[in-house]
Design a protein around this ligand. Structure first.
Ligand code: ZN
Length: 203
């Protein structure tokens, strides 16, 4: 790690994230990807909710290392009502760890029971519940009509593909300031692209 002029390493999670010229790119690790998609599948057709941890690699990157589902979230098909006390306990526990890994934000799912894509954008409520600087990974999930290899669509900033009997579309958002809606981030997930097994049926 580079040292500054005082010989001290810069705080790992205090690096500002400029939105210009480009929003930062979000790197999704294998663990984080599986944490999000398996949580979305597990509670389908209800919403899942969880926390994302990792670190910021500088002005151009956010690395999500882990996605941990919060079991106490009250899950309904329409909305997750997160247990605020549970969020607080998880944050406090993570903050006390002497590691570079830090809370980055949250993830949740938008399930749709019908054979058509679920909403892959944040609702106004979703956007309002994010604090400035936090990210949100959203997993739209609906029953699979046909198998789809995992791929990234730069036009919609979404990563989509099949897992078991479901189709999923992941998007990532950053609330950069209090005045504007969260901005969509580019998602980079080599694991999803390379794992052909994910596109097949389990049976
Ligand atoms: Zn939502």
């Amino acid at each position: 790690m580079a040292l500054n002029t005082r010989g001290l390493a810069p705080p790992a999670n205090r690096i500002p994230l400029p939105l210009q010229p480009l929003p930062p790119r979000l790197y999704l690790s294998e663990n984080a990807f599986l944490g999000v998609v398996l949580a979305a599948v597990e509670v389908f057709n209800k919403e899942c909710l969880g926390i994302l941890t990792g670190y910021r690699s500088g002005g151009s990157g956010i690395v999500v290392q882990r996605a941990v589902a919060l079991q106490s979230a009250a899950r309904t098909p329409r909305e997750v009502r997160p247990n605020k006390a549970a969020r607080g306990r998880v944050r406090q526990a993570l903050a006390s760890l002497s590691t570079l890994e830090r809370p980055l934000g949250w993830f949740h799912s938008h399930p749709n029971q019908r054979l058509e894509p679920a909403l892959h954008r944040l609702s106004p409520t979703d956007g309002a519940s994010l604090e400035v600087g936090e990210i949100e990974v959203l997993a739209a999930i609906w029953p699979r009509r046909r198998s789809q290899p995992w791929s990234y669509n730069p036009r919609t900033h979404t990563l989509s593909g099949s897992l078991g009997d479901y189709n999923l579309k992941l998007s990532a958002w950053l609330k950069a300031d209090a005045q504007h809606r969260p901005v969509a981030l580019e998602i980079y997930c080599p694991f999803a692209h390379g794992y052909e097994e994910l596109t097949g049926s389990a049976s």
